[in-house]
Design a protein around this ligand. Sequence first.
Ligand code: PXP
Length: 254
Amino acid sequence: MKNSLKKDIRLGVNIDHVATLRNARKENFPSPIKAAELALQSGADSITAHLREDRRHINDNDIEEISFNFPGKLNLEMAATEEMLTIAQKIKPFSCCIVPEKREEVTTEGGLDVLNNYKKLEPMIEKLKHAGVRTTLFIDPDDSQLDSCYNLQIDCAEIHTGSLCRHYEKMDNKFDFEFKKIRSFSEKLFSNGIEAHAGHGLNYETTKIVSTVNEIKELNIGFFIIAESIFHGLEKSIINIKEAMIEGRSLREK
Ligand code: PXP
């Protein structure tokens, strides 16, 4: 049973914050490449890395090395810019997740406004598909975005779980509402042929909760795993998060 559940939901480990630590001291360690290798050995299904416009953590060389050393494992997060599209066309990661990006933000604050960026996204999606890259958009679970996602024929949509996680932390009455919104949004994506993913702000508890949603097939988790690894090591933290995913999946069946 556990093996079939394992295959039913995948984990992408985001290694941006290994690079954040490296860059804080302008050293060449800790190495995001070494972290990616250990993450894959510890059960991660893919490696997520966000090449930001300001290169504040992951840089171009990191992306090239991850792609070269771990073929078929890189999920490249990037803004919808010509510069990033050119890099993606050259690197050809197995997957590209397009995210909104603001220079002044600490982390990705919200989902993409697909509706209002349709004209910019359409040719990008087409070019990425042409390069054989899996296309994903990072979006809030907001129904007004759905028609644009269907029309763009993206492969996957990653649902921003930041709001759910904040409400979980506060234990307020909006948590239930947020969760139901994510569940129903995932079902809609699934019935329209788009694979649902989720990520942002997830910890052990929220990972378990989100994993109960049958239609969600991939989680991308970074900050919590890297933070946990200070105390427990990267391998153990990944094993623990995978356990939380499997536990969530098994709850679903009761
Ligand atoms: N998914 C996307 C699209 C993101 O932008 C991020 C943050 O870089 C994550 C997942 C991971 O979020 P966190 O680091 O909070 O786990």
